[in-house]
Design a protein around this ligand. Structure first.
Ligand SMILES: *Cc1c(COP(=O)(O)O)cnc(C)c1O
Length: 387
C-alpha cells in the first residue's frame, strides 16, 4: 500500500516553468529573482525588508548574530521545536535554555516565561535573545510576549518556520509588529517551498543591512562603511566575518511562484484541520486547541492520545498507523533531551509539559494535495487502531 505522508509539497506547471525560465537566463544566483522574491514576501507579510538565504537554519543563525548574540550570552526558546531553533544560539557561542510549553497550544508558555524572567532578574541570568516558535503554524500571542519582555534588553526573533500564511490579531505572521525579526523555512514539507531555503523579515534598516552583509562573507561595496577610499570599481571590503548563506535564483523563482498560491495552500490546510476536528471529535484524543487571537497556517495537525483510557501504548498506536500506510510523525522530541543537549547538562524532568506532550503526540497527514478520500483513510485507520 502506498503510504500517505504527513506532509508534502505541491508543484504545478507554473512552478516548473518559473524554474526553467531562470535556467535559461543569465543569472543562476545573485540575480533579479532574489530581490523579486524578497520584495514579494515582505509585501505579503507587511514587513519593510526581507533577506533570502539558503535555509531557515542559516536564517536563524544570521538573525541571532544580527541581534548581537555572542559568546557567553543566553538564548531562550521552546523545547518543543526542531533543533535548529536552539542550535543557532550555540553557533554564536551563547548558552541555550528553554521555557516549558503551554499544555493547550504546545507553544512556549507565557506564564512560564514570566516566571523565568522574574527569576532571571534575581539571579542575573537574563537572555539577550528569545525565540518563540509558532508551533504547528499557530502563532504565539506576540503582543503578550512583547509586553513581558519589553522592559528588558531582549531581542525577539520569531521562528515562523511553520507559520507563513498564519496571522495574529489580523496581521500576517512576519509583519514583525512585536518582534525584531521573523524567520521562515521553505523546506518542501513547509507551507511553501523553494527546495531548500529560508528568509528573514524585519522592519529595521540596520538589521537588514547587517543580514545582507552576513549572508555573503561580511563583504560590503558601500563606501561609507569602508576604512579607506575604493581602489577602483572592482573594490570591496570584508568588514566582518560572514558566510555564504545565499539563496540561488533557481530557488527564489520557485519560492516566488509558490507564493502566488499561498492563500490557497493555507485555506485547504484549514479546511482539512476543521474536517479532522469534526470527524475525530468522538475519539479519546485531545484535538489541537486554537488561541482566539491566532489563525494557524496548520503546518501540522497534532493529536494527543488520552493514554489513560486507551488499551494501547502511544508507540503501539503510532506503529500500527504506520503499518496501515499512514505516514504519521512525531513533532517534537524535546530538544533538551537530545544527547547533545544532555551533555550540556539538561535532564529528564527539566521541562515536564514538553516531556508529557512527547509521550502522547502524533502528527497526522496534512498538506495541500491531501484529498478528502485520503483523509477519510487516515480517520478510518485511527478508528481501527484505537477502537
Ligand atoms: C524546519 C524548521 C527549521 C529549519 O528549517 P530549514 O529550512 O530546514 O533549515 C527551523 N525551525 C523549525 C521550527 C522548523 O520546523
Amino acid at each position: 500500500m502506498l503510504r500517505i505522508p504527513y506532509g508534502r509539497q505541491s508543484i504545478n506547471e507554473a512552478d516548473i516553468e518559473a524554474v526553467v525560465e531562470v535556467l535559461r537566463s543569465d543569472w543562476l544566483t545573485q540575480g533579479p529573482a532574489i530581490e523579486r522574491f524578497e520584495q514579494a514576501v515582505a509585501d505579503y507579510c507587511g514587513a519593510k525588508y526581507a533577506v533570502a538565504v539558503n535555509s531557515a537554519t542559516s536564517a536563524l543563525h544570521l538573525a541571532a548574530l544580527a541581534a548581537g548574540l555572542e559568546t557567553d550570552n543566553l538564548l531562550w526558546t521552546s523545547p518543543n521545536t526542531f533543533v535548529a531553533s536552539a542550535n543557532c544560539g550555540i553557533y554564536c557561542g551563547a548558552n541555550v535554555d528553554f521555557v516549558d510549553i503551554d499544555p493547550r497550544t504546545y507553544n512556549l508558555s507565557l506564564e512560564k516565561l514570566a516566571e523565568k524572567l522574574h527569576n532571571g532578574k534575581i539571579y542575573n541570568q537574563l537572555p539577550q535573545v528569545i525565540i518563540p516558535v509558532h508551533f504547528a503554524g499557530q502563532p504565539v500571542p506576540m503582543r503578550d510576549l512583547y509586553e513581558l519582555v519589553k522592559d528588558y534588553e531582549i531581542t525577539i526573533i520569531e521562528d515562523a518556520a511553520h507559520a507563513i500564511g498564519g496571522s495574529y490579531l489580523a496581521q500576517k505572521i512576519g509583519s514583525c509588529q512585536y518582534s525584531e525579526m521573523t524567520v521562515f523555512s521553505f523546506h518542501p514539507v513547509k507551507i511553501i517551498t523553494s527546495g531548500e531555503g529560508g528568509i528573514i523579515t524585519t522592519n529595521r534598516e540596520d538589521l537588514y543591512e547587517k543580514l545582507i552583509r552576513l549572508r555573503s562573507h561580511g563583504i560590503t561595496r558601500k563606501q561609507e562603511l569602508m576604512t579607506e577610499p575604493a581602489h577602483g570599481p572592482w573594490y570591496y571590503q570584508q568588514i566582518e566575518l560572514g558566510f555564504n548563506y545565499r539563496m540561488t535564483d533557481i530557488q527564489a523563482a520557485l519560492g516566488y511562484s509558490q507564493l502566488q498560491r499561498i492563500d490557497q495552500f493555507v485555506a485547504r490546510r484549514r479546511e482539512l484541520a476543521e474536517r479532522y476536528n469534526r470527524l475525530l471529535a468522538g475519539l479519546p484524543l485531545i484535538l489541537p486547541w486554537q488561541h482566539p487571537d491566532s489563525l494557524s497556517a496548520y503546518h501540522l495537525y497534532v493529536i494527543r492520545l488520552q493514554t489513560a483510557v486507551l488499551r494501547k501504548s502511544h508507540r503501539q498506536v503510532f506503529e500500527e498507523l504506520r503499518q496501515l500506510g499512514i505516514g504519521v510523525n512525531l513533532h517534537y522530541i524535546p530538544v533538551h533531551l537530545q544527547p547533545y543537549y544532555r551533555r550540556l547538562g539538561f535532564r529528564e524532568g527539566d521541562f515536564p509539559e514538553a516531556e508529557r506532550y512527547y509521550q502522547e503526540a502524533i502528527s497526522l497527514p496534512i498538506y495541500y494535495e491531501l484529498t478528502d478520500a485520503q483523509q477519510d483513510q487516515v480517520i478510518a485507520a485511527l478508528n481501527q487502531v484505537i477502537a
